[in-house]
Design a protein around this ligand. Structure first.
Ligand SMILES: [Zn+2]
Length: 406
């Protein structure tokens, strides 16, 4: 187990970092005043964004688009990163670049059949619409919205986030948040929610958990394919009271049946307490519980979110950099708690994870002590996610896990 993550030797934020009496190691970046820290990380994030653009778009765009147009590991992830750079700096070149990449993704995804924000066509059309709105291009905005409305959901579509209904619904919420309320009608979203609740109750029948879902024959618990991701998206919907109770009881079921360590199972019945990722394990569940604590105004979910975050602090300094199963994604657990509670302990922890990445990750990768990701420049598996995190450290209280927290 120990070879999956680096031991966390840093102060947990309960006392002053780098105090003379503290024998633990420090990361030099942490000693900088907040404004210098933010500036250093923003510049590093922008440089890394330029590298990602060069590697994924400048060199071999045709091959990349053919292989993978998605936000998760492909060209749309580079577009999303360029859009983030635009939001931070208001540099029009980044907005133009983003628009150009989305246009190519649009052409590449016409026959894809995949429907989600992260891995399908709704991500292309929704991001295209939002970028067109920022560019003041009303004609293009309407064109992307029209294409979004052409997306069809197959009857046998799964319900999870990466390839299923939850990932499509998230794109609907993204449009309503960033283009305007009602861009996707409540009636259209309600029909999708109805299907998700119906399927969840059907599979859960006779069991202790009120909602259950399956992907490729497994009942996953995590954000990418399972309960944590599905509950996260459902909490953005207008739920009926019995549906909201089912969401709460599903989360309580997971809390009751977590591992003694405080980690969460990757799937129903799994006894392997290994993964501490956004996709599988405590980090993704902590984000969902933080949201549940706010939506349902519940101390019980707040405490469970904090407990899960403690596990992420201990075992979350992974030997990978990405958002999906790496340090960048795990840092958002602390940013989410900080953004909601204002407790600076969590800001400190996010800064430790970000500083570790900034000061050590590239060297550790070059030494073979850290894995650079199967798609090393992608948003979810590679340094694209690290760049995004660095840019979010400019204003940490408003940070959101990319394409997951609205
Ligand atoms: Zn993953």
């Amino acid at each position: 187990m120990a070879d999956r993550f680096f031991p966390n030797e840093w102060s947990d934020g309960g006392e002053e970092e780098g105090a003379a009496s503290d024998p633990r190691p420090s990361l030099p970046l942490l000693r900088l005043p907040p404004s210098s820290f933010s500036e250093r990380l923003m510049n590093a994030g922008l440089r890394l964004k330029d590298t990602v653009v060069k590697e994924t778009w400048g060199k071999s765009r045709r091959r990349l688009l053919k292989d993978d147009y998605t936000l998760y590991t492909g060209a749309l992830g580079t577009a999303y990163l360029a859009f983030k750079a635009y939001l931070v700096t208001r540099c029009q070149d980044d907005l133009r670049l983003c628009s150009e990449i989305v246009q190519s993704c649009d052409a590449a995804s016409r026959d894809s059949g995949r429907v989600t924000f992260m891995c399908g066509r709704s991500g292309v059309c929704a991001l295209g619409a939002v970028v067109a709105k920022h560019a003041g291009d009303e004609r293009l905005l309407q064109a992307y919205l029209a294409r979004f409305k052409e997306i069809l959901l197959r009857i046998d579509l799964p319900n999870e986030l990466l390839y299923g209904r939850a990932g499509y619904l998230w794109a609907c919420s993204y449009l309503n948040e960033h283009v305007g309320p009602g861009t996707v009608s409540p009636a259209h979203m309600r029909a999708v929610v109805d299907d998700m609740i119906k399927h969840g109750r059907q599979l859960a029948r006779g069991g202790e958990c009120p909602l259950m879902y399956e992907w490729h024959g497994k009942k996953y618990w995590g954000s990418a394919h399972g309960l944590a991701g599905i509950m996260h998206v459902l909490m953005d919907m207008e739920l009926k009271s019995d549906e909201a109770e089912d969401v709460k009881d599903t989360l309580r079921y997971m809390m009751r049946n977590r591992f003694a360590s405080g980690n969460y199972r990757s799937s129903e019945g799994s006894e392997s307490d290994r993964l501490v990722h956004w996709c599988h394990g405590a980090p993704g569940v902590s984000l969902t519980l933080t949201k549940a604590a706010q939506v349902f105004r519940s101390e019980e979910f707040k405490q469970a979110a904090i407990d899960a975050a403690e596990l992420v602090w201990l075992r979350g300094l992974l030997k990978r950099v990405g958002l999906c199963h790496g340090i960048s994604g795990n840092a958002y657990v602390f940013l989410s708690l900080y953004g909601w509670t204002g407790d600076r302990k969590y800001l400190h922890r996010a800064k430790v994870f970000a500083s570790f990445l900034h000061e050590r990750a590239l060297e550790l990768i070059s030494q073979g002590k850290m894995h650079g990701g199967d798609r090393p420049f992608s948003l979810f598996e590679g340094v694209g996610g690290m760049s995004y995190l660095f840019m979010d450290m400019v204003d940490p209280s408003t940070a959101r896990f990319p394409s997951y927290e609205l």
